[in-house]
Design a protein around this ligand. Structure first.
Ligand code: BTN
Length: 240
């Protein structure tokens, strides 16, 4: 492990970890410290899925102390999505958008996933870990990902990118919820278009409608065929 400091952000850099999120949960680490690995052997994704994490990507977890998250925990993922997009843009990567809830897309392909997890002690949240996995370079994806996954084409300094993401994340989590929701909505992909979505809050029911944006909670707003507007707190966009 190598410890680096970039623009005031501590980065603990490992060649390989099972999962940077898992490590960050247990590590002796402070607010905004970053755990970064060149590859993960058991990268974790949303909904208990695995996250393909070979060499050539950026796998990082940012440790957050709950008392420093002024916007509240449910906004961490949205804040991380816009922070990561902004940071990549500051390194010259154009054309990124956010697919609700937690994916970044480029040319319609997923290039980044975000997984926020919380550690609880005696019933209280003691630490939040925001995990971000970015496909930096084009690689041979496994068959099941080949149609949907892509890469951002980043050739620069990965540690500098990680520090920039952490810095921007710290700025976003200091904002109020409405400001985050507004920034998040602005970055959303394919607003005004039809999408098919699994609604996790409604027994995984599939619904389709036109994507309108998000409300002040970053819940997705969808116009159904009968003209009513439905708000989804958690789910997954399956197709456009
Ligand atoms: C998803 O798309 O389902 C979320 C993927 C999150 C992957 C990142 S990679 C760094 C961090 N460590 C993990 O084990 N997962 C997150």
């Amino acid at each position: 492990m190598l410890k680096n400091q970039i623009n005031g952000i501590n980065i603990y850099h490992f060649e390989e970890l099972a999962s940077t999120n898992r490590h960050a949960m247990a590590a002796d680490a402070a607010h905004l410290d970053v755990i970064l690995a060149d590859r993960q052997s058991s990268g974790r994704g949303r909904l208990g899925r695995s996250f393909f994490s070979p060499d050539g990507g950026l796998y990082m977890s940012v440790v957050l102390e709950p008392e420093n998250i002024l916007c509240g925990l449910p906004f961490c993922t949205a804040a991380a999505a816009v922070a990561t997009r902004d940071a990549l843009m500051s390194f010259g990567i154009k054309g990124l958008s956010v697919k609700w809830v937690n994916d970044l897309l480029l040319d319609g392909r997923k290039v980044c996933g975000i997984l926020t997890e919380a550690k609880t002690e005696l019933g209280n949240i003691s630490r939040v870990v925001v995990g971000i996995g970015i496909n930096l370079k084009s690689i041979e994806f496994p068959e099941e990902l080949r149609e949907r996954a892509g890469a951002v084409g980043f050739e620069g300094d990965r540690l500098a990118l990680a520090a920039e993401i952490a810095k921007r994340l710290s700025q976003y989590i200091g904002l109020d919820r409405c400001e985050i929701a507004r920034a998040y909505e602005k970055s959303l992909t394919r607003l005004g278009e039809r999408a098919e979505i699994t609604d996790y809050a409604d027994g995984q029911r599939r619904i389709s409608g036109v994507l309108l944006g998000v409300d002040e909670n970053c819940f997705l707003r969808l116009r159904l065929d009968d003209g009513t507007v439905r708000t989804l707190s958690s789910g997954e966009i399956l197709s456009f």
